[in-house]
Design a protein. Structure first.
Length: 296
């Protein structure tokens, strides 16, 4: 007898698979950067991901052509051009697992930006989470021992901040008039890939080493991790409460640090582990706060 998961279990399976994919993606990205420079790799990755999502959109029941193009262009520049360039350059300079934790400070930047731009209040456990995340950042970056610009630290934090800005932008776009998430992602990624491709033509980078390893890594990270991973996220988010979805995705940077240690021998020191633990605790506080608000 073949076991088939029920409708309640399917989104949890999708979210768990997405979390594993996105966590492994940081380590796979580091491997891809062995054969290609960061700007070139980012342009190739995001272009292929955008093409994949456009094909999915074309063969789905959703409208294909985009609406509100100017908003999607701006979102694409922020969420695709800037975010993925910063995170890729950060991984190129430092440990992939360490960078993953720095980028996942996004929720705390989102809280602060929502307070400044959307007049949303920071309440209760959110203050505790921000404080713990700040301590975690200081512990990982260790500005008393090394320059902030070393090991991709500032770039990783900047990527987290840019990610938070894109979250605010998506919220404003959806509040104005909802757009299908797959359509929004496919087209903002398409528009955001254009400046990346143009930029690469002006940047002096070493040519790609077209090896079997590089082709497999590029295809996997562009189509499976980025493209399929986003489809799994949208599928799960449409069927689960936000708090439950957020709790499972907390494992993403943990998967990243585990795979980078196993495959690349990138082992964080005790101080960095303490900082990562503080950030994980801060994320848990946010999930608890979100679940409290969701209770009737």
């Amino acid at each position: 007898m073949i076991f088939l998961p029920n409708e309640r279990v399917k989104p949890l399976i999708a979210l768990g698979l997405m979390t594993i994919l996105w966590g492994c993606g940081w380590t796979i990205l580091k491997i891809g950067l062995i054969d290609a420079e960061p700007f070139t790799f980012t342009a190739l990755r995001m272009s292929l991901s955008a093409l994949f999502l456009l094909l999915v959109l074309a063969f789905s029941d959703r409208p294909f052509f985009p609406t509100r193009v100017p908003e999607l262009i701006i979102l694409g520049i922020v969420q695709t051009s800037l975010l993925f360039t910063l995170s890729t350059c950060a991984v190129d300079q430092g440990s992939s697992g360490r960078v993953a934790f720095l980028v996942y400070t996004m929720p705390f930047f989102t809280l602060i930006l929502a307070r400044l731009l959307l007049s949303e209040k920071i309440r209760g456990l959110q203050w505790v989470a921000i404080f713990l995340a700040f301590l975690g950042l200081l512990t990982i970056l260790q500005p008393w021992r090394q320059a902030l610009t070393s090991n991709g630290g500032v770039l990783g934090v900047a990527a987290g901040a840019i990610w938070a800005i894109s979250v605010i932008m998506v919220k404003k776009i959806q509040d104005k008039a909802p757009i299908d998430m797959i359509s929004m992602t496919a087209w903002q990624m398409t528009f955001g890939s254009i400046p990346l491709v143009l930029f690469v033509s002006f940047v002096d980078e070493n040519p790609i080493t077209w090896s079997t390893r590089f082709i497999l890594v590029l295809a996997f990270i562009a189509i499976v991790i980025t493209g399929l991973g986003w489809l799994l996220w949208v599928y799960a988010l449409e069927r689960l409460e936000a708090g439950s979805a957020s709790l499972i995705t907390l494992a993403t940077p943990v998967v990243a640090i585990s795979t980078s240690a196993f495959l690349l021998n990138e082992n964080p020191n005790n101080t960095e582990m303490a900082g990562m633990t503080l950030i994980t605790a801060a994320l848990l506080f946010l999930v608890v706060h979100a679940n409290r608000d969701a209770d009737p």
